[in-house]
Design a protein around this ligand. Structure first.
Ligand code: PLP
Length: 368
């Protein structure tokens, strides 16, 4: 742990591996001897074009993106992406299926209804988003333009541990909050998108992997703004307008670091270790701590939990005392309350060990 830093369990934006921050710091003022910072250089300079090209190549290598897929590096976050999806993918079908297992999937579904019919293939809201129903319970429409799911629901702590099988219908995934945490099956998807600010860099841009039949503009609605068009972004690379240059550069450093430590397999191993440790502490507390999410749907990235059956005064005491141990940003999302520990790649195993040690001592002192 570097001097003065804390263990940041924030759900976002961005918890960065220290090594990446330190590399960025080294290059901040004078990037590789060119006399200026990356944030000051032209996005069309040869230095920046090389940064963008290397980032794209590393995305392809690390994620195993098929050669005929387009890699999109787009300004704006995942909200802009899920708003753009119906505009680019509905085509003449006008209807799409949404597997809604949390608040982000719910928002994406709402957006589709502005331009077509967003059908609820499942909706776990009545369970307060604590489950993922079996496939036999999904209402899939074989004629839907696509099926959208959110691979990891950041607020609710619900994660798909598998790629949903939706047959021939194009599959679309929001992977914003578990991107770069495990290998993914890109070719089973027509479109994968992720705001990069959880697990791959600072806020400001998103990444997409797009199958060729959606990259040619053939399913784009006439009202689609040029800026939201997948074809425009695909044809121009990240240079249709000024990209989020500095964010892209930091993402590039994060990708290089990912290669160095062993790629997605390394992050997957660390995520499994960290989340098993934390769920073990919760489940082993005889109900003092409780995670409301069904075991099979639990997220390795975002772990919501309550204390003593949702005792708000005790939860506040927990959050206050945690800070004294350098354990920060453990409050639950404002809409669900309780506590939440996010375990992105930037959180070292040591931080989760400190958290579980603290949880044990807090429980011993406060259990009635
Ligand atoms: N999808 C998921 C899973 C998220 O966690 C978030 C943000 O936290 C979003 C979408 C929206 O992303 P953005 O804030 O980048 O628009």
């Amino acid at each position: 742990m570097a001097e003065g830093r804390v263990y940041n369990f924030s759900a976002g934006p961005s918890v960065m591996p220290l090594e990446v921050l330190e590399e960025v710091q080294r290059e901040m003022v004078n990037y590789k001897g060119c006399g200026m910072s990356v944030m000051e250089m032209s996005h069309r300079s040869k230095e920046f074009m090389a940064i963008a090209a290397e980032a794209e190549k590393n995305l392809r290598d690390i994620f195993g993106v098929p050669g005929d897929y387009t890699v999109l590096m787009m300004q704006g976050g995942a909200t802009l992406q899920f708003s753009s999806i119906p505009l680019n993918m509905l085509g003449t079908k006008t209807k799409a299926d949404y597997l809604v297992t949390g608040q982000w999937g719910e928002k994406a579904h709402k957006e589709c209804n502005k331009y077509g019919t967003g059908q609820l293939a499942c909706n776990t809201k009545p369970t307060k988003f604590t489950t993922i129903p079996q496939k036999s319970e999904w209402k899939l429409d074989l004629d839907a333009a696509y099926v959208h799911y959110c691979a990891n629901e950041t607020v609710n702590g619900v994660e798909f541990s598998y790629t949903p099988d939706v047959g021939e219908v194009p599959l679309v995934a929001d992977m914003s909050s578990n991107f770069c945490s495990k290998p993914i099956e890109v070719s089973k998807h027509a479109f994968i998108y992720a705001g990069i600010q959880k697990n791959l860099g600072p806020a400001g841009m998103s990444v997409g992997f797009l199958r060729p039949d959606f990259a040619d503009g053939s399913k784009e609605l006439k009202i689609c703004p040029t800026y939201c068009s997948f074809k425009t972004t695909g044809d121009n690379g990240p240079m249709y307008n000024t990209p989020a240059c500095f964010t892209m550069y930091v993402m590039g450093e994060y990708l290089k670091y990912t290669k160095k430590v062993g790629g997605l397999a390394y992050w997957a191993e660390m995520s499994d270790k960290k989340s098993s440790l934390l769920y073990g502490a919760i489940d082993g507390s005889s109900g003092f701590y409780n995670c409301p999410v069904e075991k099979s749907a639990r997220s390795r990235m975002n772990v919501p939990f309550t204390i003593n059956g949702g005792d708000e005064a005790l939860e506040k005491k927990f959050l206050d005392e945690a800070k004294k141990h350098k354990l920060f940003t453990l409050a639950g999302h404002r809409s669900v309350g309780g506590c939440r520990a996010s375990l992105y790649n930037g959180m070292p195993l040591e931080g989760v060990e400190k958290l579980t040690d603290f949880m044990k001592s807090f429980m011993d002192e406060n259990r009635k």
